[in-house]
Design a protein around this ligand. Structure first.
Ligand code: ZN
Ligand code: FE
Length: 247
């Protein structure tokens, strides 16, 4: 494993991922919502790349300040780059394109659904997927731009990766997601076991991310949906529940 991953909490429940090639020391970042958090974590190191998964402010918020400070190269999907929604982007990426950090190689996987131009970054040799707001532990992203069919297919792309893949989601939503899942399937033992683990971690303010594909195949009802129609019904039920939560 040559990819080193630092998980940086930001805003209320976001995670920024700082990636370093342990052989060359080169550094890149996935979805730097807050430049200050990244600058603090970098210390004396410099930043060579920013990779954005999609255009929401809680993913691209630090682009401008980091570009100014480090003159790093910024990548997003070609779709988002062309529609002008990514601050100071340098290059657009398409499904199957390769990204490179020192001796580490990542592959771009298109995952429309949460937004039309959403992409994920898969470092196969390092067994790691950075999936933005496509998959969450025990949940998935809301459909802001795409259709249920598109999201269903994007989740299939994740399901077809090796089961030991470590999944780095952009938000800490696991506990709330499990509460919803348990309301749907109160008898499901896998959900109850996972809820206990997750509650224990959250009580200590510890992250529940990364998760693994193996875990999600057991306890993520959105990944278990067998048809796009089942998926759409589940997504609607979750959206209804979210509306009822008073913040
Ligand atoms: Zn988002
Ligand atoms: Fe987000």
């Amino acid at each position: 494993m040559t990819l080193q991953i630092e998980q940086l909490p930001a805003l209320n429940d976001n995670y920024i991922y700082l990636l370093t090639c342990s052989e060359t020391g080169e550094v890149g970042v996935i979805d730097p919502t807050d430049a200050k958090v990244v600058i603090n974590a970098l210390g004396d190191r410099k930043l060579s790349f920013i990779w954005n998964t999609h255009h929401h402010a809680d993913h691209v918020g630090g682009n401008e300040e980091l570009k100014k400070k480090y003159d790093c190269k910024i990548f997003s999907s070609l779709f988002d780059a062309e529609r002008g929604v990514i601050p100071v982007v340098d290059r657009g990426l398409e499904d199957g394109d390769e990204i490179k950090l020192g001796h580490c190689y990542g592959q771009v996987i298109a995952s429309p659904g949460h937004t039309d131009g959403h992409i994920m970054y898969w470092f196969e040799e390092d067994n790691s997927l950075f999936c933005g707001d496509t998959l969450f532990s025990a949940g998935c992203g809301k459909l802001f731009e795409g259709t249920a069919e598109e999201m269903f297919l994007s989740l299939w792309r994740i399901k077809s990766l090796p089961h030991e893949t470590e999944i780095y989601c952009s938000h800490e939503y696991t506990k709330e997601n499990l509460q919803f899942a348990i309301s749907q399937q109160p008898e499901n033992r896998d959900l109850l076991v996972r809820y206990e683990e997750v509650s224990y971690l959250r009580d200590q303010n510890a992250p529940t991310i990364p998760t693994t594909l193996e875990e999600e195949l057991k306890s993520n009802l959105f990944l278990k949906a067998e048809t796009a129609k089942d998926f759409a019904e589940l997504r609607n039920a979750k959206d209804e529940m979210d509306k009822m939560v008073v913040n």
